[in-house]
Design a protein around this ligand. Structure first.
Ligand code: SAM
Length: 398
């Protein structure tokens, strides 16, 4: 039975998705601006930037037992694309006073533009991501000394008995020892008297630590057959820059709902681009952070996720995307969407075709396409082709 949960091919494939590579922020090579894109009705300027990134994820802890926002495995994590996004913003969107990351995921894109005088609006459907975004980016202040004490206390917590987490996830996604500890820490956080910011910081510290201790390929659709991720779990301190967060706003809403009451200079849109639901891939983290202790079922031990499904993973993706763009009140729109090509099982195929994205954006303003090639990171065993990421830029008509 467990054989089916994890196939080597799948894991090799997955290794190339979420891992954060090392990126240099130097200027892209000159002479790469080529008008390439043609469709039957429109000719769109198309810029190509080559940026080869094949270093493995730098997931290390910083000095003083701290960790950073990007120290997490996440499908579609845009850490690698930041230099391209930055370039477009610098060349096309200045001046700007705020930046909205409406499908924020880990929040690395918003964080990249986070400055004292820039408001970052960060939004995410999953509550676990929202809590993490709140910890990293919200303006609510906190006492760093207190956080350190709390984290030391949680790390030294004793945990002998079984708990909800160890019963459901021990021996599969985690060693029994780690699972017991994770459950005990989560329960303790629930009982502590904390501000919302403190609670978010402690939960974020737990979430990142859990991600490192998980016996997976980077998501929770399956666990690895061999339980060899045995390093004891340890909570670290998130390296949060309080000063820069003073104007920010964080939301936990459906993007199409939030957009109704939103006005911004730059709207950055990076929805899921295929039928793989993020609530399926990160059910375990969502369950841990929500801590409703509901029933989990199936081989992968997923809880009920019916209220977390994203329309962007369904056939209706084009329609909801069009609705979002129609309602957007902003000056600039940047859309990041993968050209994943055609996969065997179809689950990874792009939900919205390029032509449709362009057509929808064209109704709003002038469109350009920026492209960046990079070599996907592999474990060394399976060579993968170079992968292309595009950013569609739209200067909204006044
Ligand atoms: C491709 S990922 C974004 C990754 C992000 N840019 C990063 O660097 O981590 C898309 C995110 O959109 C979220 N999402 C899906 N549907 C949504 C919706 N309708 N409203 C808001 N967020 C949604 C998913 O949970 C997922 O985290």
């Amino acid at each position: 039975m467990r054989e089916k949960l994890y196939s080597k091919t799948e894991c090799d494939e997955l290794m190339v998705w979420p891992y954060v590579g090392e990126v240099s922020h130097d200027t892209p090579p000159p002479g790469l601006q080529l008008p390439l894109f043609n469709s039957s009705t429109i000719e769109i300027p198309h810029f190509v930037i080559d940026r080869y990134l094949d270093s493995p994820m730098k997931n290390s802890a910083g000095a003083n037992n701290t960790f950073h926002i990007q120290s997490r495995r996440y499908l579609g994590n845009k850490f690698k694309l930041l230099s391209l996004i930055r370039k477009i913003v610098e060349e096309r969107c200045k001046p700007y006073r705020n930046f909205c990351d409406i499908f924020a995921g880990t929040g690395v894109t918003g964080e990249h533009f986070n400055e004292k005088d820039i408001k970052i609006i960060s939004n995410e459907l999953l509550y676990s991501n929202y809590i993490s975004l709140y910890a990293w980016l919200s303006p609510e202040s906190f006492d760093g000394g207190k956080i350190k004490e709390y984290i030391n206390m949680l790390n030294s917590l004793s945990c002998d008995g079984e708990n909800y987490f160890s019963i459901n996830y021990g021996g599969t996604y985690f060693t029994y020892e780690n699972a017991r500890k994770i459950g005990a820490i989560r329960e303790k956080i629930e009982q502590m008297k904390l501000s919302f910011k403190e609670r978010s910081i402690l939960l974020t510290s737990l979430l990142y630590a859990v991600d490192k201790a998980a016996n997976t390929c980077g998501h929770y659709d399956a666990f690895r057959k061999k339980l060899d991720t045995t390093t004891p779990i340890k909570l670290l301190i998130p390296d949060i820059n309080q000063e820069k967060n003073c104007n920010n706003e964080i939301y936990n809403k459906d993007a199409n709902v939030l957009i109704e009451n939103l006005e911004c200079d730059i709207l950055y849109i990076e929805p899921p681009d295929n039928s793989r639901q993020y609530c399926d891939a990160y059910h375990l983290l969502e369950n841990l952070i929500c801590w409703n202790k509901g029933v989990v079922y199936g081989k992968a031990k997923k809880m009920d996720r019916s209220n977390l499904k994203s329309q962007y993973c369904l056939k209706s993706a084009g329609k909801v995307f069009s609705d979002l763009i129609n309602k957007a009140k902003c000056k600039h729109i940047l859309v990041s969407y993968n050209n994943t090509g055609e996969s065997k099982d179809g689950r990874s195929n792009a939900r919205i075709k390029d032509g449709e994205i362009i057509r929808i954006l064209e109704e709003k303003g002038k469109v350009e396409i920026f492209e960046q090639h990079y070599k996907a990171f592999t474990t060394g065993k399976s060579a993968t082709d170079g992968h292309t990421e595009r950013v569609f830029y739209c200067k909204v008509r006044k």
